[in-house]
Design a protein around this ligand. Structure first.
Ligand code: GDD
Ligand code: MG
Length: 325
């Protein structure tokens, strides 16, 4: 079975980190996020994926180039202008016309049993199945009320807070039959959430949804991206390839940490540096970031080769690549 991965969004909410890379390549426990999606798929026997790219597509080359060595075949489609979450699927139809396929929002970190979802899809004879996950504030997501048995009653993308009738939201994982693609106009910008799914509900198509209880996080904001990293360190998100931690932190190759620095619950990228007397807690340091002597960094994200200067205090800050506070 193939999986199509939507990876062409601009990652606006993660600027400035996404000025230079798509969010899908930001590190989770020191590995590009997209590789965690690959892990999940391969664990479930999916060894062929189609990466649907647009924004900063060339940045995926390294990861795609390395995929073969892990036994994964990766095809890449490119949208000159982003075609939207459904238009992107239609644009990849040549890869998705030979049977049931999976679709993933490529910015979701999760550990879900795909086998159960596929079984549900087949049992219901569904044309499309949406995976749901519970969240505290559904207004930031696609809200999907269902009937008992899972038939979808509606799809309301990002409703006002008081209009969400359930806290079960679209997890951004779908099982689709090729016939669904025929509902998407070719070469047009088309949204899965605002056009395709509401249209399927309206025409009474066999659209179902199934809730998953497993770990799930959309990494699309700085807070969530940071939380996903903390969850990988704490084991809330189980990263089978997580290297051994040092005092609860992940220390990348070549990173230098002064014996007189305090580091806890941090993901420290390759060749990063933490000087004497510095404190780094619940933070992500991307490769070559520097925390100078006496600086305090808490719940912050330091971009590549950025510098938290001597004695600075950074709390809840995102520092752009190559900049200094
Ligand atoms: N190829 C391509 N082309 N990919 C796109 C495009 C496009 O035009 N637009 C967005 N994407 C990709 C993004 O890169 C991301 O991986 C995914 O599609 C979802 O887009 P986001 O911009 O992250 O959407 P969201 O987080 O606001 O909402 C979506 O995800 C929620 C779950 O995290 C929706 O699907 C919601 O309904 C859902 O609840
Ligand atoms: Mg998202």
């Amino acid at each position: 079975m193939k999986a199509l991965i939507l990876a062409g969004g601009m990652g606006t909410r993660l600027r400035p980190l996404t000025n230079t890379r798509p969010k899908h390549l930001l590190p989770i426990a020191n590995r590009p996020h997209i590789e965690h999606v690959f892990d999940l798929l391969q664990r479930h026997g999916v060894d062929e994926v189609v990466l649907l790219t647009s924004y900063l597509a060339e940045a995926f080359e390294t990861t795609v180039g390395q995929a073969a060595s892990r036994g994964l075949a990766v095809h890449v489609t490119h949208e000159e202008e982003p075609l939207g979450t459904a238009g992107a699927l239609r644009n990849a139809e040549e890869f998705a016309s030979d049977g049931t396929f999976l679709v993933f929002n490529g910015d979701v970190l999760m550990d879900i049993d795909l086998g159960e979802v596929l079984e549900f899809h087949r049992d219901r004879g569904a044309e499309a199945t949406i995976v749901l996950t519970p969240v505290d504030d559904p207004s930031a997501y696609g809200v999907v009320p269902t009937e008992q048995g899972g038939r979808v009653l509606g799809f309301i993308e990002k409703p006002p807070r008081d209009e969400a009738t359930t806290n079960l939201i679209n997890a951004g994982i779908y099982v689709l039959e090729p016939s669904v693609l025929e509902r998407i106009p070719r070469g047009e910008v088309w949204s899965a959430e605002r056009q395709l799914f509401p249209g399927l509900v309206e025409e009474g198509a066999r659209l179902f949804a199934v809730a998953a209880e497993s770990y799930w996080m959309d990494i699309g904001t700085p807070e969530k991206f940071l939380q996903a990293n903390l969850d990988a360190l704490s084991g809330r998100y189980r990263d089978a390839q997580l290297p051994e931690l040092t005092g609860g932190s992940l220390i990348g190759e070549g990173a230098k940490i002064d014996g007189d620095a305090q580091v806890s619950s941090a993901s420290i990228g390759e060749d990063a540096e933490i000087e004497a007397g510095a404190v780094v807690e619940e933070s992500v340091l991307m490769p070559r970031a520097v925390v100078e002597a006496g600086a305090i960094v808490r719940r912050s994200i330091l971009g590549e080769a950025s510098i938290a200067s001597k004695d600075a205090t950074l709390i809840g800050i995102t520092l752009e690549d190559n900049t200094k506070t």
